[in-house]
Design a protein around this ligand. Structure first.
Ligand SMILES: Cc1ncc(COP(=O)(O)O)c(C=O)c1O
Length: 407
């Protein structure tokens, strides 16, 4: 291996290199920081709180500029965290920087806090992740921000905005009911009114959906999911362009947001295998979703890559793939669905998703809706399809359906 490859340099904010690379290549090469760490493939875990300066002049120089790539104090990160942040920036064309947070929820909260103030109106898609809603209805409300929910499939965007609207939080697809939104059209309408667009892009990641290219201002990830990929780290990120970079960064610093170098190392390690994992999740989940459509106990399957999923046409236009998370309606009541989930042997029962293992749980979108009620008969079950053999997963689902039928 030539030394140049090891020294593949990123700029301070991680702007893409001159040669265009496909996402799979970027996930392998992005974020290598040759200058500080030498020609190694993995930036090592660089644990430190305190940096010692040679003299007072160096101390003063270290403080100035407020940018990464210059060690200042542990809370501002070290090469391990900068490497991951730069890699995530490079994965998102049009981006100028990424901030890391100790969870996806912290990322959503800090992104919103960086653009909102008392008196502002926040628009939020009605299929948003429950903690995003509770942040808005609790914390943000107390600080004088009003949240208005809207139908994720709305087409008349002009109805959404008022003079006080300052930001719009999108989640596409929704992580329980999987409606895909017309992100470019919503962003265009928002931009005309100088409204900031934030997208929870956790389901697809920039690997399958390059959000900033579609007009999004801030692309938010729960890295806990597919970036980490191994169910052993909590982390979030927000990637943005120049216009919002300074305030995003300042807000994170003012709120003391930081991630450990050990966690950043594990997330970088996950990123290196993102492409093979995503393709495997995609193939297996699609096969299982199509199999589920044929089962007598299933009333509907919500998977963005299936034609009858709400917003499928937008998925087809804007995304380059689908991932392992989708849901289906079991025709039985909650008790029958619980028997089905309990009978699964390969699927764990647990929150989260994006790891190598399959998970299942009944979900209740009816509890988290303000303007578009969810009133489908039956019980919604969400599946995360992991990296087990698809045939084994299908057999497991088949025996669980049979067990639930017997009660
Ligand atoms: C769509 C979505 N966004 C954000 C989050 C929050 O991420 P974290 O659990 O890392 O705080 C989750 C977690 O389940 C999620 O499903």
């Amino acid at each position: 291996m030539g030394i140049r490859q090891g020294y593949s340099q990123s700029t301070r904010c991680g702007l893409s290199s001159e040669k265009p690379q496909k996402p799979a290549t970027k996930s392998v090469t992005a974020g290598r920081r040759g200058a500080l760490t030498g020609p190694v493939v993995n930036v090592p875990v660089w644990r430190a709180s305190t940096h010692l300066y040679e003299n007072v002049a160096a101390l003063e120089a270290g403080k100035s500029g407020n940018h990464d790539g210059r060690f200042f104090y542990g809370r501002r990160g070290s090469p391990t965290q900068w490497s991951l942040a730069e890699a995530l920036t490079e994965m998102e064309p049009g981006a100028d920087g990424t901030m890391l947070y100790p969870s996806g929820v912290a990322a959503i909260a800090c992104a919103l806090l960086s653009v909102l103030k008392a008196g502002d109106v926040l628009l939020m898609t009605d299929n948003a992740y429950d903690p995003s809603r509770s942040l808005a209805d609790g914390f943000l409300k107390r600080f004088g921000v009003e949240t208005r929910y809207f139908d994720p499939l709305i087409t008349d965007y002009d109805l959404l905005f008022c003079d006080r609207t300052k930001a719009i939080l999108l989640e596409s697809p929704g992580s329980l009911t999987f409606e895909v939104q017309d992100i470019p059209a919503i962003c265009l309408a928002a931009k005309k009114r100088n409204v900031v667009t934030l997208l929870d892009n956790t389901w697809a990641t920039s690997y399958f959906h390059t959000a900033l290219e579609k007009g999004v201002d801030m692309a938010i990830l729960s890295c806990t999911k597919y970036i980490v990929g191994h169910s052993d780290v909590m982390m979030g990120s927000v990637t943005t362009h120049k216009k919002y970079w300074t305030r995003l960064r300042q807000t994170a610093q003012q709120l003391g947001q930081t991630v450990s170098p050990d966690d950043a190392y594990l997330a970088s390690r996950g990123l290196r295998t993102l492409s093979v994992r995503m393709k495997a999740h995609e193939t297996s989940a699609l096969q299982i979703a199509k199999w589920l459509q044929r089962q007598p106990d299933v009333a509907a399957v919500f998977h963005p890559a299936l034609p009858d999923c709400p917003g499928h046409a937008f998925w087809k236009r804007d995304f380059t793939g689908s991932t392992g998370l989708f849901s289906f309606v079991h025709k039985g009541d909650a008790a029958t669905a619980a028997v089905f989930v309990d009978a699964l042997e390969l699927f764990g029962i647990g929150y989260s998703w994006g790891g190598f293992e399959s998970l299942a749980l009944p979900v209740h979108p009816e509890k988290y809706r303000s303007v578009v009620p969810w009133n489908k008969a039956g019980t919604l079950i969400r599946l995360q399809i992991g990296l087990e053999d698809t045939d084994d997963l299908v057999a497991d689902l088949g025996q669980a359906f049979a067990r639930a039928r017997d009660v």
